[in-house]
Design a protein around this ligand. Sequence first.
Ligand SMILES: Cc1cc2nc3c(=O)[nH]c(=O)nc-3n(C[C@H](O)[C@H](O)[C@H](O)COP(=O)(O)OP(=O)(O)OC[C@H]3O[C@@H](n4cnc5c(N)ncnc54)[C@H](O)[C@@H]3O)c2cc1C
Length: 292
Amino acid sequence: MYPAEFAYVRPDGLDAVFTAVDEYADDAKVIAGGQSLLPLMKLRLATPAMLIDLAGAGELSGQHRTPSGVRLGAMTTYRELQHSPHTLGLLPGLGETVAVIADTQVRARGTIGGAVAHGDPTADLPAMLLALEAQVHIGSRRGHRRVALDGFITGVFSTGLADGEIVTALEIPLPPAGTGAAYEKVEQPASHLALAGVAAVLTVEAGTVRRARVAMTGVTTTPRRLTAVERALVGSTTSDVALSEAAALAVDGVVPLDDVHASPQYRLHLLEVATRQALQVAARRAGARWAA
Ligand SMILES: Cc1cc2nc3c(=O)[nH]c(=O)nc-3n(C[C@H](O)[C@H](O)[C@H](O)COP(=O)(O)OP(=O)(O)OC[C@H]3O[C@@H](n4cnc5c(N)ncnc54)[C@H](O)[C@@H]3O)c2cc1C
């Protein structure tokens, strides 16, 4: 199927992007990798009159160390991230998460800015970014602001972006020494999208969990932190029993999605299993690093 007719601009530089976004307002959509937007346009679920391509804004690319972490430009593709040993060496869990997103073609085009701005409840990267406590840099003609990713995705395909705003970068703080991370997902075989995906980032000191950040995707209307699991983990050991007891809390109060791909009960089952597996792998990796 072909999309409805649309116009296209590729502004030169970020200021020109902001101007175009203001000028065309509701009639326009920005396009990054196009991996979610173009399928929607072909199905006529999105019919923007104007596409504003972000590819001409070099300010949206690049990966930089900041005093406390790493700043990744919104147009960083999954593939670029996969081939960034310096960034991946500083931020555990990211490389493993990106590697299970779709296929080579999608990873070559899809961007990290698009992954959070799209607000897809089944997207992989937001779960790991939540567990890594990422911040979202947002820009518009009115200026720039920075918010926590936690709370930025507000519902199915909706975010806290106001009119005229775009995501310009993601910033991720460096986790403390002794941290290990893991991402476990059970995927829908055709799309590779998560039926349940869980990211765990654990800091372990002498066999005791000191810090825990755990987040899920694919199960509810937005990716979100599993705070009951996190609370149960802090101060506990990394024994299989302790991790399994914490994982059992993942389903507490969760109202799961119900669609043709999985029943609510099955999604809850997958959530608990993926949580347990992610905790076990993250704890092992954290322990290994501590031992070293
Ligand atoms: C076959 C297939 C399989 C896939 N499988 C997976 C998978 O297994 N896991 C997974 O997580 N994802 C999967 N995806 C989705 C993929 O990750 C998308 O690329 C990603 O969700 C969106 O990134 P993009 O750069 O392509 O955004 P686009 O498609 O260009 O844009 C998506 C939306 O975000 C907006 N947007 C994009 N960038 C910005 C920005 N910087 N600021 C503000 N708004 C912006 C656009 O206006 C649009 O509304 C799959 C996609 C395909 C086609």
